[in-house]
Design a protein around this ligand. Structure first.
Ligand SMILES: [Zn+2]
Length: 415
């Protein structure tokens, strides 16, 4: 099973926007692209919203059928591990093996030595085509990389072997993710992580490193753009080298997690993948939930009331809602409007404050990030919330589609 050159992860908290998401991708594909949609949902998210892996499969299949979409699409068991993977086996065909928690775990010295011996031909100054400066590889450097990553790749191999047994070889896409950690991985580290995966026979098709800079949820990238560009390009070149040298799948490509809304790096990414004729996977999730709230606000009436209720609740439960996301949000509380103020807003004002148009006078990134983590509040509203999504399906769907197509795909694929 092969993932197309371009693919977009469209996560959807409440599984109601599959059609709107697919419309956006099909619209982009009308320009001659072939972007594969991948409906991704993590185990953590299923727990928060009390949904099941089958719901995501159903959403994807229903959307594909309703829109008569004929190309490839996938359902991603996002951020799973050996303990959580079982319920996804039947309904998913894309698995994101999250091995971040195994980074830095000890491996046997014997295994480390075997790995280092397998890298013998790369010792010294390693020239990776396209990267100006040769990479310095020594026994000490490899030892350090092995101490950090060998146990993590071993874990990836164990999850992969389990899936191979359950689903059959070649019947699913394998992604390895290490993005949910504090320190970014360097291109040199990524090269040897790929070597470890190749040694262990894991046919990785997408890899999600932690990139330099902050990938806060739902808002733009924060960091040094030049440094990001250099690292991203070197990652792309390292992958190309790894495919040829280590015999990894030829479609292997980078996966950018928390990829929604990172508008300032999209032109950089577009430029680099075009320059080297490479593929890309980019995951989005919460941005669609935010468009649901925007759509409800614009709809007015009960929709706007619900949007205000969601803000009031999230404002009063800030600490609790933000805690699990402490590393990936940055809210300046002094810039949050009061509940009373928001209760006096029109639907337009609410939507303009929340919608990610960075130069709009009303846009407030703090308000947006707080709503981003507030989907738990909507999940607690249960049917009251999902009934409103159905009542205002047209207007909410338009917001979701416009966001994915106009603000994301157009920038990412230079449409
Ligand atoms: Zn991730």
């Amino acid at each position: 099973m092969k993932l197309g050159k371009y693919s977009i992860g469209v996560g959807d908290r409440f599984s109601h926007q599959g059609k709107a998401q697919l419309r956006a991708i099909m619209k982009a594909n009308e320009t001659g692209l072939n972007i594969n949609p991948v409906w991704n949902k993590s185990n953590r998210e299923h727990i928060y919203v009390n949904s099941k892996p089958i719901d995501t499969r159903k959403e994807a299949d229903d959307a594909v059928k309703a829109l008569n979409y004929k190309e490839h699409y996938f359902v991603d068991a996002d951020h799973i591990n050996l303990k959580t993977v079982a319920p996804y086996v039947e309904v998913s065909d894309f698995f994101t093996l999250d091995v971040a928690s195994f980074i830095g775990k000890e491996s046997k010295q014997e295994d480390i030595d075997i790995f280092i011996a397998s890298c013998d031909k790369y010792m010294g100054k390693l020239q990776v085509p396209g990267i100006e400066e040769p990479l310095e590889v020594s026994k000490g450097i490899l030892e350090g990389i092995a101490h950090n990553f060998l146990a993590a790749t071993q874990q990836a191999s164990e999850i992969y072997e389990y899936l191979k047994k359950e689903k059959g070889e070649g019947n699913f896409i394998t992604e390895v993710s290490m993005d949910e950690v504090e320190n970014p991985q360097t291109p040199l580290e990524m090269l040897f992580i790929l070597k470890m995966l190749a040694n262990k026979g894991v046919p990785v098709q997408t890899i999600a490193p932690k990139f330099t800079g902050r990938f806060n949820k739902g808002v733009d990238y924060v960091g040094n753009l030049d440094q990001f560009a250099k690292e991203f390009e070197e990652d792309v070149l390292v992958i190309d080298f790894a495919v040829k040298e280590f015999g990894l799948p030829e479609e292997l490509k980078l996966s950018v997690h928390s990829g929604s809304d990172k508008f300032s790096i999209y032109p950089i990414i577009a430029n680099i993948i075009n320059k080297h004729d490479k593929g890309l996977h980019l995951k989005t999730a919460g941005t669609t939930w935010l468009e649901e709230v925007i759509g409800l606000a614009v709809a007015g009436g009960e929709g706007l009331e619900a949007a205000k209720k969601i803000y009031a609740n999230s404002y009063n439960r800030k600490e609790e809602l933000c805690a699990p996301y402490a590393d990936v949000i940055d809210i300046d509380e002094s810039k949050l409007p009061s509940v009373e103020e928001v209760n006096g807003w029109s639907g337009q004002k609410y939507a303009d404050t929340l919608r990610h148009i960075p130069n709009h006078a009303d846009y407030n990134a703090n308000f947006r990030q707080l709503i981003h983590v507030a989907y738990k509040v909507a999940a607690e509203m249960g049917k009251e919330y999902t009934d409103l999504l159905e009542k205002y399906e047209d207007i909410v769907g338009e917001c979701v589609e416009e966001n994915i197509y106009e603000r994301h795909l157009k920038r990412l694929f230079s449409i």
